[in-house]
Design a protein around this ligand. Structure first.
Ligand code: ATP
Ligand code: MG
Length: 369
């Protein structure tokens, strides 16, 4: 039994389709990340599940119950908003008891619930502090505690780490997941940070202009991006325009501009069809001279070198004018390579994906909104 099911949910604001025929399931105790850029409909999705917004079409089921006629406060789901506005004149404890108190339980019981969740988020020792005496990360945890105190099993977190600095984000994201798993909660966590989604999600749902693009495990979404948009949004990817030259059951030969040839394993397109080939930046190797008989060896000039700490990123301009970026782990990198050097860039045919040439052209397809 899924904890949550959306069936063909559409929500319009005037001419804007904030959600466009969205269908998906979330399993009990699953941690799902909704990944999308600004305006893609993430908040609208959470607010629709929570019952704050009514969809124009489609249905929402929580624990197999169609919640269409059920008010937000009776849905067994709690929405923790994007801006976690705490009441500045209330202590941490008062902020957290505010939720349970609103549900008419007695003061002692509410305090007990609040202290329990504060212990969970490790803030029980700061129960008497005021929000402005706490760090951003602590304030975030108070907001989370407020959601947890409601007792709802389905937690809807809207950019829960968005307002924090990078170090805290990294620290809190694993803590969030741990907390959810320990408490047996089902979580929908909205983010525009692909690394965050990959690190903590059991599954990732990629949203663009209100439409579901792909839904799967981080491994699946990363290694089998079904659309150009997803390949671009998750990970660092090169896209080259090509024409299919020949194909067999084992793969195809593609022609890039100026007749450069590459081999791919895909054989789903006909000869003469225009396609886009996607190559991950980290699935490439860069060498000063050709090595052996690799099938996909292209040569070009290094036009940019970026030191990224664990990797070096080279941008290589091929003889046909196309550019390929390559990310090489520092320990494998030929650190003597520099701007202006002529190099070979190589990728295994297995590490590429081929897509139908998009109607809007490559640039149009890559734009998020
Ligand atoms: N109350 C509203 N009235 C009119 N338009 C709205 C309303 N809420 C959202 N929209 C529009 O719906 C679309 C989706 O908005 P939404 O807030 O869900 O996006 P988001 O993915 O949460 O973006 P962000 O990352 O910026 O928070 C946007 O085009 C937005 O302008
Ligand atoms: Mg939002």
């Amino acid at each position: 039994m899924p904890a949550l099911r959306l069936l063909n949910v559409t929500k319009r604001f005037g001419d804007v389709k904030a959600l466009d025929d969205v269908t998906f399931d979330v399993k009990d105790r699953e941690y799902v990340c909704i990944l999308g850029s600004t305006g893609s409909g993430k908040t609208t999705l959470l607010r629709t599940i929570a019952g704050i917004i009514k969809p124009d079409e489609g249905e929402v089921f929580i624990d197999s119950v169609n919640v269409g006629g059920i008010a937000a406060e009776n849905r067994n789901a709690v929405y923790v908003p994007q801006t976690y506005a705490l009441f500045p004149h209330m202590t941490v404890l008062e902020n957290v008891t505010f939720g349970p108190l609103a549900k008419d339980i007695n003061r002692t019981a509410a305090k007990e619930v609040a202290m329990n969740v504060l212990r969970l988020v490790r803030l029980d020792k700061r129960a008497d502090a005021y929000p402005n005496e706490l760090s951003g990360g602590m304030q975030q945890r108070v907001a989370l505690a407020r959601g947890l105190a409601s007792g709802a099993r389905l937690l809807l977190l809207d950019e829960p780490l968005g307002a924090l600095d990078i170090r805290l984000r990294l620290e809190l994201r694993t803590e969030l997941r741990r907390l959810a798993k320990e408490s047996g909660l089902t979580v929908i966590h909205v983010t525009h940070d692909q690394e965050e989604a990959m690190t903590i999600g059991d599954r990732i749902l990629v949203l663009r202009r209100g439409r579901l693009q792909q839904y799967g495990t981080p491994y699946h979404v990363y290694n089998r991006p079904e659309k150009i948009f997803v390949a671009n949004f998750v990970g660092n990817t090169n896209f080259l325009e090509a024409i299919v030259e020949t194909r067999t059951r084992e793969g195809s030969t593609l022609t890039l501009r100026e007749g450069l040839r590459i081999r791919v394993l895909d054989s789903s397109f006909e000869p003469d069809e225009a396609v886009i080939v996607a190559i991950r930046e980290e699935k490439t190797t860069v060498t000063p001279e050709p090595t052996g008989e690799e099938p996909n060896r292209l040569s070009g000039e290094i036009v940019e070198v970026h030191f990224l700490g664990s990797h070096i990123r080279y941008v290589i301009k091929l003889s046909n004018g196309d550019e390929i970026a390559a990310r090489v782990p520092l320990k494998e990198a030929r650190t003597e390579l520099k701007h202006g050097d002529w190099v070979s860039v190589n990728f295994d045919p297995v590490n590429s994906h081929v897509y139908e040439y998009p109607m809007l052209g490559l640039q149009g397809e890559l734009e998020a909104s």
